[in-house]
Design a protein around this ligand. Structure first.
Ligand SMILES: Cc1cc2nc3c(=O)[nH]c(=O)nc-3n(C[C@H](O)[C@H](O)[C@H](O)COP(=O)(O)OP(=O)(O)OC[C@H]3O[C@@H](n4cnc5c(N)ncnc54)[C@H](O)[C@@H]3O)c2cc1C
Length: 418
């Protein structure tokens, strides 16, 4: 049996997103005196936003595959994902009275789809556990002998002493929801290694002509097959005023981003008629065009939408559409779009980069600043959409809460008898 926590062990959790709230639940359950600090007037704003299009909590697939989604951080996150796997996350959600289900793609959602019923029930539970909330408190770093330094809504300085602190400040996407990456410089000033925050699961900039942008911005491109490097994916993309975004683009975003950073651009290959083979398209485009315009002919013979035709024209720049069947088919199956930059991080679904996993122990405690833990999206891992983001936030929170418990027990236990 584990010993109880020292009475009145105070833990500050800074950041009331899913990671911070899960750590708060675990530690309050263990008997710690927990206060959650957040700069916003309410907690869980990004969690609520994540629920807008259906809250994708986690993913239902063999755990080895699941862990593989975290790329370079997979080995480091494996123990915490095994200790609090997707099945535990589903059980937790159901313990709040919100059933979950597996969608056709393996994504796991609450039956309510929205985040609000989950958050409401969760906040009731935290309240019953005695968790306190200090909202409109912006964390500024440390002052004096290591007190946490906050400013409140009136810009008044507030110093807080605790036995342990968990930072759960999120990344830098959607800053209006609270997480803006302002913590990066505070931690670097303490000598804590932080990899630059970069957009992940993000859109990209393409040099559209004004005409194309005005006509097609906001339109979905589906179905489309998109290839980059060794990956070919079918799905949906959306044209934006400045470029492209959407599921298939997000899925290719790490490789696209890294290539653009290294070489200045990345060339995507689109198959605009993935349902038709080269042979079928060739046969269809051998029918005489007669007096039809090129657009009408291609729309009728190849089933190309005005958007697909627009993309073909954009890829050619000033050159005209080819008239020869073979070249036309090749263009439909291999339309090249050059991407020149990532869309701003403020519009990305998540951030890559963050606190280096190398400076943390197995429970996410900063090795050189004992008693300080870091969890959630502010850690240096990235993953695709599909529930992997929230799962890692929850799993790292559970691991750190256990680490805080161990730390509190050790740091307050009496020295061994001589
Ligand atoms: C549009 C959108 C849809 C998404 N959909 C999904 C999805 O379906 N499934 C999925 O897995 N993931 C999804 N995500 C990603 C997911 O929401 C995030 O990965 C997750 O919320 C990160 O949790 P976190 O607790 O680490 O940080 P956050 O949720 O960002 O919480 C951080 C908290 O820290 C507070 N904070 C920051 N700085 C300070 C400071 N200096 N002082 C005090 N407080 C501070 C912020 O106000 C915020 O409340 C989506 C994201 C977006 C933007």
């Amino acid at each position: 049996m584990t010993s109880p926590l020292p009475s009145l062990a105070r833990v500050a959790i800074i950041g009331g997103g899913p990671a911070g709230l899960m750590a708060a639940e675990k530690l309050a359950t263990a008997g710690a005196v927990v206060t959650v600090y957040d700069r916003m007037p309410t907690v869980g704003r990004k969690f609520m936003m994540a629920g807008r299009g259906g809250l994708n909590l986690t993913h239902n697939e063999p755990l080895d595959n699941f862990i593989g989604r975290y790329g370079a951080a997979a080995a480091r996150l494996a123990p915490v994902l095994e200790a609090f796997p997707p099945s535990d996350l589903r059980a937790w959600c159901e313990s709040l009275g919100v059933e979950t289900f597996v969608g056709s793609s393996g994504r796991v959602f609450p039956k309510t789809l929205k985040a609000s019923p989950v958050l409401r029930a969760w906040l009731r539970r935290l309240d019953s556990l005695g968790v306190k909330f200090a909202l409109r408190h912006t964390w500024r770093g440390w002052k004096g002998k290591g007190d946490l330094a906050f400013t409140d809504a009136e810009e008044k300085n507030i110093a807080v002493q605790t036995e342990a602190t968990i930072l759960a400040l999120g990344g830098a996407s959607w800053p209006r929801l609270g997480s803006d990456g302002g913590w990066v410089e505070i931690l670097r000033a303490q000598g804590i290694a932080v990899a630059p925050l970069r957009p992940a699961n993000c859109g990209f900039i393409a040099p559209w002509s004004d005409l194309f942008s005005a006509r097609f911005a906001g339109q979905p491109l589906k179905p489309v097959t998109v290839s980059f490097g060794s990956k070919t994916l079918q799905g949906e993309a959306v044209i934006t005023r400045e470029g492209l975004e959407g599921g298939v683009i997000y899925a290719l975003s790490p490789a696209l981003r890294d290539t653009i950073e290294a070489t200045g651009s990345a060339v995507l290959t689109l198959d605009l008629r993935p349902g038709l083979s080269v042979e079928t398209l060739t046969r269809r485009l051998q029918t005489p065009r007669g007096s039809q315009s090129a657009s009408t002919y291609l729309r009728k013979a190849a089933g190309l939408s005005p958007l697909a035709l627009g993309l073909m024209r954009e890829s050619l720049g000033k050159a005209a559409l080819p008239t020869e069947t073979e070249a036309l088919v090749a263009l439909i199956k291999n339309t090249k779009i050059t991407l020149t930059a990532t869309a701003p991080i403020a519009r990305a679904i998540s951030s890559a980069g963050g606190v280096s996993l190398d400076v943390l122990d197995a429970h996410f405690m900063v090795k050189k600043k004992r008693g300080l833990f870091v969890i959630g999206e502010m850690l240096d891992w990235e993953a695709p959409t599909g529930g992997y983001l929230l799962q890692a936030c929850f799993s790292t929170a559970v691991a750190a809460a256990k680490g805080v418990e161990d730390y509190l027990r050790q740091s307050t236990s009496p020295p061994p008898a001589a």
